[in-house]
Design a protein around this ligand. Structure first.
Ligand code: IMP
Ligand code: MG
Length: 185
């Protein structure tokens, strides 16, 4: 394995400037749409969405709270394809909140479908999904995404929070791994 993270990257798909510009646009959309709302709560899906959340929260012009949830996909013999489980729940009641779920990428759609179901049952004032990336070619279940940063092709992308085997989250751009580092997914 090379010592330098950048040696693993085949090419940059979305650079830092493009990311920052688009995030400001999304934040402006959210600010406008929630202009009359007091109880706005951003729920970050750990860990992939942390960098996106950090920039999005600072670009929003409405007061809001932050919460975190962790979800994991079941993997292994005999597991139901697409099944996900809750690893860490919220620390608060969301019944009167305008919830915005902040995700890194919607791939199969299973994670967001599960999150929406779980959170809707808790009767928030409203619920929306904001994902930095979407990979529609991989969708297994239909999901509504209210705010999307970029549509990406069927490539395994890393950086800006997204990992492969827990690495590359710290890159400030979205890149595609070199073929020798690409996992079969
Ligand atoms: P889902 O398939 O829509 O449930 O997505 C589940 C999770 O898989 C996402 O939140 C990401 O954390 C991860 N994921 C999906 N595609 C990629 C990718 O291209 N790079 C890194 N992580 C990914
Ligand atoms: Mg994720």
């Amino acid at each position: 394995m090379p010592n330098n993270l950048y040696d693993h990257i085949d090419y940059v798909l979305i650079n830092e400037e493009q990311l920052q510009k688009r995030i400001q646009e999304i934040a402006d959309d959210i600010t406008a749409k929630h202009a009359d709302h007091e109880n706005i709560l951003l729920i970050c899906v750990l860990k992939g969405a942390i960098i996106f959340l950090a920039d999005l929260t600072r670009a929003l012009k409405r007061p809001h709270e932050l919460e975190f949830m962790a979800i994991s996909s079941y993997e292994g013999k005999g597991t139901v394809p697409g099944a996900v489980r809750l690893v860490m729940d919220l620390k608060q009641d969301i019944s009167n909140k305008h919830v915005i779920v902040v995700e890194d990428i919607v791939d199969s759609g299973n994670t967001i479908k599960y999150m929406r179901g779980l959170l809707e049952a808790r009767m928030p004032a409203s619920i929306e999904v904001c994902s930095l990336l979407t990979k529609p070619s991989r969708r297994e279940v239909e999901v509504d995404i209210d705010y999307v940063g970029f549509e990406v092709p069927d490539e395994f992308v890393v950086g800006y929070g997204l990992d492969f085997d827990e690495l590359y989250r710290n890159l400030s751009f979205i890149g595609v791994l070199k073929p020798e580092f690409i996992p079969s997914h």
